[in-house]
Design a protein around this ligand. Sequence first.
Ligand SMILES: O=P(O)(O)O[C@@H]1C[C@H](O)[C@@H](CO)O1
Ligand SMILES: Nc1nc2[nH]cnc2c(=O)[nH]1
Length: 319
Amino acid sequence: MSHQTNSSAGLTGTADSSLSSSVGEHPNAITNRFYTYERVEEIVGFIQKLVTTKPEIAIICGSGLGGLAELVTDKIVVPYADIPHFPRSTVVGHRSNLVFGNLNGLYVVCMQGRFHPYEGYTTATCAFPVRVMRMLGAHTLIVTCAAGGVNKGFSVGDIMLIKDHLNFPNLAGNNPLIGHNDERYHLFPGPRFPPVGHAYDRAYLLKMKEVAKKHNVELREGVYCGLGGPCYETIAEINMLRILGGDAVGMSTVHEVTLAAHCGFRTLGLALITNKCLSDYNTTYEPVHEDVIRISELKANELQQLIFDFVGFIKDHRT
Ligand SMILES: O=P(O)(O)O[C@@H]1C[C@H](O)[C@@H](CO)O1
Ligand SMILES: Nc1nc2[nH]cnc2c(=O)[nH]1
C-alpha cells in the first residue's frame, strides 16, 4: 500500500492556486492553506477505511518513547508513508507510524514519531496530525516528550507533569494557527483567538499524581519551555529560562498543545528529564541526543505504566 505523498507541500506553498489568498504569506498560513479542511477530511477518510473503531485517546510519543505503542493490543499499524499528504519523521528515536488499538480497555491512536520544526517543517505541519486525531474521534491527548532539566532540583530520569508552557516560537510570532481560521471544523470549531491558559487539563494533572502515588513514583510538576532547536541551549539561555520560570526545555509539544486547545482536546503532558542543562561555564558536559534516547528507553517502562493506568482512569470516568 503506497500513496504519493508530498511531505514538503505544506512548506513550499504548492497548495492549490484556488486556495491562494492575498494575505497570509507566513509559512504557517501556507501550511494551513495546504492542510485544508478537505485535506484533513481526506486523510481521516483514508484512515477510517483501514481502522473502523473510533479512538478515544490520542498519544504522541516523544523521543525514545515509541515503545508506548507496543503496549497496545489488537494493533493496526498505519505507516505515515502510506497516508496521503502525511509528513515523515526524520529523527533517531522517532518511528513513522500511527498505531491504533486497545490500551487498558480504551481504543487509542499513538503517533509513533512526531515532527519537529528543526526538521524543516512549519509548526503548523508539525501539529496538524492533532486535528486528524481529533477528527477521528479522540477527545483526550496525552503528549510525551524528552526534555532537559532547567530546574536545578530535577534529576535525570525524573518525570515532569507539564502544568503550563512557554511557547517561544509563538512569542516570536510563529503560531500553528496563523492563517485562515476555518470554521468548517464544525465538530470542534476553534475560535480565532483561542484561550490557552488551561491548555493542560487540571483534573488530569491531579489524577496523574494519584496514579503515580500508587506506583510509588514521585512526579515533578512544572513549566515546559518549547524552543525551536536543533541546538541545545547555551548557558545564558538556560539562565534566562530559569529566570522566566521554566523547569524543563525541549523542541516540541507547545505547537501540538496549542492546536489541541484550539480543537477542544483535554490534554495531559508528560516530560521525561533526559539530561541536565548547562549551568556554568566550567561544566564540560554537553547534552547529546544519544543520551536523550538512552535515558528515554531506560525510563520508558515507568512512563508507560503511568499512562496505562491513566487510560484506565479515563475509561472508568467517561461521561
Ligand atoms: O520529540 P521530543 O520533544 O521528545 O524530542 C526531544 C527534542 C529533540 O527532538 C530531541 C533532542 O535530543 O529530544
Ligand atoms: N531544547 C532541548 N531539547 C531537549 N530534549 C532533550 N533534552 C533537551 C535539552 O536539553 N534541550
